[in-house]
Design a protein around this ligand. Structure first.
Ligand SMILES: Cc1cc2nc3c(=O)[nH]c(=O)nc-3n(C[C@H](O)[C@H](O)[C@H](O)COP(=O)(O)OP(=O)(O)OC[C@H]3O[C@@H](n4cnc5c(N)ncnc54)[C@H](O)[C@@H]3O)c2cc1C
Length: 491
C-alpha cells in the first residue's frame, strides 16, 4: 500500500527528502509557511536585481551528486568551482589575501608573514583530512537510535583524534601557524558554523580540509536559488504538491500517533507519516509544546549567532571586488570573543560581501552590480532591539567604500535589510539564530534533537537543528537520514 507523507516546511531539507521519497513511490505533499520554497536558501527579486538571500556558496559537492544518483536524476542545476575560494582583507593591512586551493599559490600569499606556510599548511591539512575521512561516514552520515549506539560509534573513531576533543578550533590553529594573518584566515571557517573559533571544537578543523583540499567551494550558475527551482521542478514531475502560506501552529495526537496538524487558518492536515522540516527544537517547543523544549529551556541551549544581511543594487560595476570577500578589523580575538553576546562589537563590524552579478550577469541590470552583505551579530537573546539597523548598515557601507577606494553610497539604487528579527519571523528561527542550534559537544550526534519524535511514532525531522547540522550539504545528508528512518517505519 502506498504511504502518504506530509512534509512541514519547503526548505532544502524538506524538498530533498520529498524527492527521495517520491522516487520511492511515497505519495508526498508539502506545506510551507512562506509564499515560496527554499527556506533560508532563498531569493529576493527587487528593482531589476536578483539577490540570493542566504547561502552564497556550498562545499562537499559530492553530496549533491550522490543525492541526484539516489533519486535517479541529472542534478537539476549547474555548479562552478570557486577559485580563489574567497579573499580576505584586514583593516590594518592594505594587502588583499587571495585564498587559492593550489597550495603553492596560497603559500605565496603568506610569504612575508609566514615563510614556511606551505609546509605548515600541508601538515595541518593532512591532520584535518584524517579527521574528515575518519568521521564523515561513521559519525556524520549515520542515524543513531540511542546515546549508547552513538558513544559506541565514537569509540570506533581512530583514537589519534582524541586530543582535538579537548581543544578549541583556535587553539588547534595556533599550534599550526605562527602569523596572526594565517591564524585568523584559517580559523575563519569556524564562523560558517555560526559560532567563533574560540568556542568551536577543534574537531571542526576538518572543515579546513573540505575547503582547501578535498572539494573546495561552489557557486551555482544563475544564483543559488537555482538549486531550489531545480528540485521543485523535479517534484512537479512526480506530482508532489506544495501548498504555500500555510503555517502549522497546533496538533491533535492519539496516544503514540499524531492524528493531524492544524494551521493558522484552522485547516487540518493529516497523513500516515509527518516529516518536520521546521526547526526541530522550535517545532517541539511551539507546536508540540513539549516541556523539555519550553521557551526557558530553549533559551538555555546553545544557539548560533544572528545575521544582519543586506542586499544592495548598485548602478555601477565593481571590477576591483572579487566574488566572495571577508572584511576583518584589527582586533580579531577581542571581536570573536564578544560577537555572540556583545552588541558593542558592531561599532567595528566584521562582514562578508558577495557579488552575485560577478559571474551571473543576469542577476543585475546592464552596468549594475548585485551585492549581498552578511554581518555576524548577537542573536535576539543578546540584542533584541534593531532600531539602529540603518546606522549599522551605513557604517558598513562607509567602511566597505573606504576599503575598495570607491564611495558606493551615491550608486545605490536598491537597498533591503534583514535583521535577526526578520530571520526569526520569516522562518521561525529561535531568537533569529541564523544556523539553528550550535554544534557544541552536547548538541551533536545523539545529543542533537533526534530526527525521530520522542512521542509520536509517525513523526520525523529533517534540517539544520536535527542531525547532522547546519549548511547545505548537511541538509542533503539530513534528508538521506530522514528518508532512511521513514522507509524503516512500519505503519
Ligand atoms: C545568512 C545565511 C547565510 C548562509 N550561508 C550559507 C552558505 O553560504 N553555505 C551553506 O552551505 N549554508 C549557508 N547557510 C545555512 C543554510 O542556509 C541552512 O543550513 C539551510 O538552508 C537550512 O535548511 P533547512 O531545510 O534545515 O531549513 P530552512 O531553510 O529553515 O527550512 C525550513 C522551512 O520550514 C518552514 N517552516 C518553519 N516553521 C513552519 C511551520 N510551523 N509551518 C510551516 N512551515 C514552517 C520555513 O518557512 C522554511 O521554509 C546560511 C544561512 C544563513 C541564514
Amino acid at each position: 500500500m502506498q504511504k502518504n507523507v506530509l512534509i512541514v516546511g519547503a526548505g532544502l531539507g524538506g524538498l530533498a527528502t520529498a524527492l527521495r521519497l517520491a522516487k520511492k513511490e511515497y505519495k508526498v505533499e508539502l506545506i510551507e509557511k512562506n509564499a515560496q520554497a527554499g527556506g533560508r536558501l532563498n531569493q529576493l527579486k527587487k528593482d531589476g536585481f536578483t539577490f540570493d538571500t542566504g547561502p552564497s556558496f556550498f562545499s562537499m559537492s559530492f553530496e549533491f551528486k550522490e543525492f541526484a544518483r539516489d533519486c535517479n536524476i541529472e542534478l537539476p542545476f549547474k555548479y562552478i568551482e570557486l577559485d580563489p575560494l574567497y579573499t580576505v582583507n584586514f583593516s590594518d593591512n592594505p594587502k588583499t589575501f587571495f585564498l587559492y586551493k593550489d597550495i603553492k599559490k596560497l603559500a605565496a600569499q603568506f610569504k612575508d608573514v609566514e615563510p614556511d606556510f606551505e609546509e605548515r599548511m600541508t601538515k595541518y591539512l593532512a591532520k584535518s583530512g584524517a579527521l574528515f575521512h575518519d568521521t564523515v561516514d561513521l559519525v556524520i552520515k549515520n542515524n543513531f537510535d540511542s546515546v549508547f549506539s552513538y558513544v559506541i560509534t565514537l569509540m570506533r573513531v581512530n583514537s589519534t583524534h582524541i586530543p582535538v576533543l579537548f581543544r578549541s578550533f583556535w587553539q588547534e590553529v595556533k599550534r599550526n601557524f605562527t602569523s596572526k594573518e594565517a591564524q585568523q584566515i584559517v580559523s575563519l571557517v569556524a564562523f560558517f558554523l555560526g559560532r567563533t573559533p574560540f568556542d568551536t571544537m577543534a574537531i571542526y578543523t576538518l572543515l579546513s580540509y573540505t575547503e582547501f583540499k578535498h572539494d573546495g567551494y561552489y557557486n551555482v550558475e544563475g544564483g543559488m536559488y537555482k538549486i531550489v527551482e531545480g528540485i521543485v521542478d523535479e517534484l512537479k514531475k512526480e506530482n508532489v504538491k506544495i501548498t504555500y502560506n500555510t503555517e502549522v501552529v497546533d496538533f491533535v495526537g492519539n496516544g503514540k500517533t499524531l492524528e493531524y496538524l492544524i494551521d493558522t487558518k484552522g485547516n487540518k492536515w493529516s497523513s500516515d507519516v509527518i516529516l518536520v522540516n521546521a526547526d526541530a527544537a522550535v517545532f517541539r517547543s511551539k507546536v508540540f509544546k513539549r516541556e523539555k523544549y519550553s521557551l526557558e529551556k530553549l533559551d538555555k541551549m546553545n544557539w548560533t549567532m544572528g545575521y544582519l544581511t543586506f542586499y544592495i543594487g548598485l548602478k555601477t560595476k565593481l571590477p576591483q571586488v572579487n566574488h566572495h570577500n571577508y572584511y576583518l578589523g584589527s582586533n580579531y580575538e577581542e571581536y570573536a570573543n564578544n560577537i555572540l553576546q556583545n552588541p558593542d562589537t558592531l561599532q567595528k563590524p566584521y562582514y562578508y560581501v558577495n557579488v552575485l552579478s560577478k559571474y551571473n550577469q543576469e542577476c543585475a541590470p546592464e552596468g549594475c552590480e548585485s551585492l549581498f552583505f552578511v554581518c555576524p551579530v548577537p542573536n535576539l537573546l543578546h540584542k533584541p532591539n534593531w532600531d539602529d539597523k540603518d546606522a549599522i548598515v551605513d557604517s558598513i557601507i562607509a567602511d566597505f567604500s573606504k576599503r575598495i577606494d570607491k564611495d558606493i553610497a551615491p550608486e545605490i539604487i536598491s537597498r533591503t535589510v534583514y535583521t535577526p528579527i526578520d530571520w526569526q519571523n520569516q522562518f521561525n528561527l529561535h531568537r533569529g539564530s541564523g544556523l539553528g542550534l550550535s554544534h557544541s559537544m552536547n548538541q551533536i550526534g545523539a545529543f542533537r534533537p533526534a530526527n525521530f519524535d520522542e512521542k509520536f511514532k509517525n513523526v520525523f525531522y529533517v534540517g539544520a537543528s536535527t542531525i547532522p547540522g547546519a549548511g547545505l550539504p548537511m541538509a542533503i545528508i539530513s534528508s538521506k537520514l530522514a528518508a532512511e528512518r521513514i522507509e524503516k517505519y512500519v505503519l
